[in-house]
Ligand binder design. Structure first.
Ligand SMILES: [Zn+2]
Length: 204
C-alpha cells in the first residue's frame, strides 16, 4: 500500500515535471512569433476572452467582441545619469527585483500621458530625493529581449546629497569603479562609459 502511494506520488511528480517541460516548450513556440509576448487573457475593455490573430503581419491578442488589439508596444523607461559635485554619479541600490541588491542609475517607467523629460525628473526625485535639471538626452537603447525603450538623460551636476526613496535600499555617490557592488544592467554601465568617453548621442 505504502509503495503504491510512493509510486503514485512519483508518477504524479513525473507527470508534473512533464507538464512543466511541456509548458516550457510551448513558451518557446510563442517566442518564435515575437514581438507578441503579452500576458493578457481577457479583454481589458469588455472582458471577452482574447484570441491570437494575425494583425498587420504579426500574431497579436485581439478581442473578437469589441475589436481591441493588444499591440504590446515597448514601454518607455527614463534613466538618469546624475553627475555629483563630489565626483562620480548618483547610484541607487535596488530594493526590488529585477536585480535587487545591485546598483543602478535612477530611473523608471514613464507615467501615462507624462513626457519622458518629466518622467526623468520625477523618478530622480522619487528615488534620490534630488531636484534635478536635465542637460540633454544621452542616447536611447532597446536591449535585446526586453520590451522597453530606455531613454538615458544627462542631468546637470547636483550639489545636494541624495536620500534613498521607497524603491531604493540606499543611494551612493560613486565612480563606476568604486561602486561597493555590481551594476544591475549592462546598458547603465555602458551609458556611463559612453558619457565619460564623450561618445556622441546615439540610438540603438
Ligand atoms: Zn473587448
Amino acid at each position: 500500500m505504502l509503495s503504491s502511494i510512493v509510486l503514485g506520488g512519483a508518477l504524479a511528480l513525473a507527470l508534473a515535471v512533464g507538464y512543466a517541460f511541456g509548458k516550457k516548450t510551448s513558451a518557446k513556440k510563442t517566442e518564435a512569433v515575437k514581438p507578441y509576448a503579452g500576458r493578457y487573457v481577457f479583454c481589458p475593455g469588455c472582458a471577452n476572452q482574447l484570441v491570437e490573430k494575425d494583425v498587420e503581419g504579426k500574431l497579436r491578442k485581439t478581442c473578437e467582441s469589441c475589436g481591441f488589439v493588444h499591440w504590446n508596444n515597448p514601454l518607455p523607461v527614463a534613466v538618469i545619469l546624475i553627475p555629483h559635485r563630489d565626483g562620480g554619479f548618483v547610484f541607487v541600490k535596488r530594493k526590488k527585483n529585477p536585480r535587487a541588491g545591485y546598483f543602478a542609475l535612477p530611473g523608471g517607467f514613464v507615467d501615462p500621458f507624462e513626457s519622458a523629460l518629466a518622467g526623468a525628473i520625477r523618478e530622480a526625485k522619487e528615488e534620490t530625493g534630488l531636484d534635478i535639471e536635465i542637460d540633454r538626452l544621452l542616447f536611447t537603447s532597446s536591449p535585446p529581449g526586453v520590451n522597453e525603450v530606455l531613454l538615458f538623460f544627462l542631468a546637470k551636476t547636483v550639489y545636494e546629497q541624495p536620500v534613498a526613496g521607497d524603491d531604493a535600499e540606499l543611494c551612493v555617490v560613486s565612480s563606476l569603479n568604486s561602486l561597493p557592488g555590481e551594476v544591475a544592467f549592462q546598458t547603465h554601465r555602458q551609458a556611463i562609459i559612453d558619457y565619460m568617453h564623450g561618445i556622441p548621442p546615439r540610438v540603438n
